[in-house]
Design a protein around this ligand. Structure first.
Ligand SMILES: Cc1ncc(COP(=O)(O)O)c(C=O)c1O
Length: 382
């Protein structure tokens, strides 16, 4: 079986992840901040260490500014619903995932103004339009770091600089880029970073988080409130991170998985991961471009892309192509609209959708070559 659906979730996970989960469960998967015994302190250290690793990976100030959540969808909901109030203005791009669009649709119904900056037909952001739409009235810009449909990388640093100049904040959805591209919150002018552990970070589902400053966290009205194991006599949620955004029991097995995966990523190096995935994307692109009847939607400048390719077939239904890839060749892809309808509208693949091949660090050249063979046969028999 060949797995090209890493944009959905990574497979396989990083070496060490399965052992880390087994190990914590066998040793004692105790809660932190609640138990006064050695086992609980050990788990606290593991969680503290994981926060530090996340902060290091993203150039955050400190591990205390990392709040764990169930994933990027929850992180985006916490940030958007906690920050935005009636009358606030927010700017997004045409490449956003429903994890951004749907919370904003709810907020729009409550009086938040949502504006959309244009992307070109190849997926790249029209920075002039973004510049024009971020005004002194804009509270927040929200953008994906890279499109989960066509892989185009958006100019986060430039948008962040515009936000800084106008007094707006920048929230970045790093679902597709965490563990895949170098990211530095300081250098890239990111105020709030949302991530999931199970995609490029090579850990398990159900763990992710937010990285943001203490000052900004104090402005967020917590979406979820409850026990934190701290300030138990207070009626309100603590003002400081991470407790402010971490009500209830944490996903300790998920944090153990993330911690082990982050060790692997640190040892391997983001530069090596990026180089490997770029080489695989080049091979896939060359292979697909040699076949008539199929095109790759979005920019063909590979330096501007993560290892995602949306295949658009002339006169063929993408769902049946994906089904044939799976049934006849054992190649797993994802068809349809990929939870990002506006991205497909922009790329000219709406409403039919596309067959997305999203590569991972563990894919091989031989697997890519098999895809080309399979596509040739499918297109020939059209
Ligand atoms: C760009 C983008 N944002 C958000 C998400 C949501 O991620 P999760 O399901 O891990 O919360 C995804 C997942 O596909 C994504 O690609």
């Amino acid at each position: 079986m060949i797995y090209f659906d890493n944009g959905s979730t990574s497979h396989p996970k990083a070496p060490g992840v399965a052992d880390a989960v087994r190990d914590i469960i066998e040793r004692g998967c105790f809660n932190i901040n609640r138990g006064g015994y050695a086992g609980a302190y050990e788990v606290s250290e593991l969680v503290f260490g994981a926060r530090e690793k996340v902060a290091r990976l993203f150039g955050g100030a400190s591990g205390r500014e990392v709040a764990f959540t169930s994933g990027v969808t929850m992180s985006l909901n916490v940030a958007l619903k906690g920050l935005l109030r009636r009358g606030d203005r927010v700017v997004v791009t045409q490449m956003e995932h429903n994890a951004v669009l749907r919370p904003l649709a709810q907020l729009r119904a409550m009086g938040v103004e949502v504006e959309t900056a244009r992307c070109f037909a190849d997926g790249r952001l029209d920075l002039d339009d973004m510049d024009a739409k971020i005004t002194a009235r804009t509270r927040l810009a929200v953008m994906t770091h890279a499109s989960n449909v066509c892989g185009v990388i958006l100019p986060v640093r430039e948008v962040g600089a515009i936000c800084r100049a106008r007094g707006a904040r920048l929230l970045v959805d790093c679902a597709q880029t965490a563990g895949v591209l170098p990211i530095s919150m300081r250098r890239d002018n990111i105020d709030i970073l949302a991530f999931s552990g199970h995609k490029g970070l090579l850990a398990t589902q159900g763990i992710g988080g937010l990285v943001l400053s203490q000052e900004l966290a104090a402005e967020i009205v917590p979406l979820v409130s409850g026990g934190t194991g701290s300030y138990s006599d207070a009626a309100d949620m603590p003002t400081e991170l991470p407790d402010r955004l971490e009500a209830g029991t944490l996903n300790i097995p998920g944090i153990a998985a993330l911690s082990a995966a982050l060790d692997y990523i640190e040892e391997t190096g983001i530069a090596a991961i990026r180089a490997r995935e770029a080489a695989l994307l080049k091979r896939l692109t060359d292979g697909v471009n040699s076949i008539s009847g199929v095109r790759i939607a979005g920019t063909d400048n590979l330096a501007d892309k993560i290892a995602v390719a949306a295949l658009d077939f002339a006169g063929m239904d993408n769902a049946s192509v994906a089904a044939r890839l799976d049934e006849e060749f054992g190649i797993m892809t994802r068809c349809g609209l990929h939870c990002a309808p506006n991205a497909h509208r922009t790329l000219g693949t709406y409403p039919r959708g596309a067959v997305r091949c999203s590569l991972g660090y563990f894919n091989t050249e031989a697997e890519i070559d098999l895809l080309a063979v399979a596509l040739k046969q499918i297109v020939k028999g059209r």
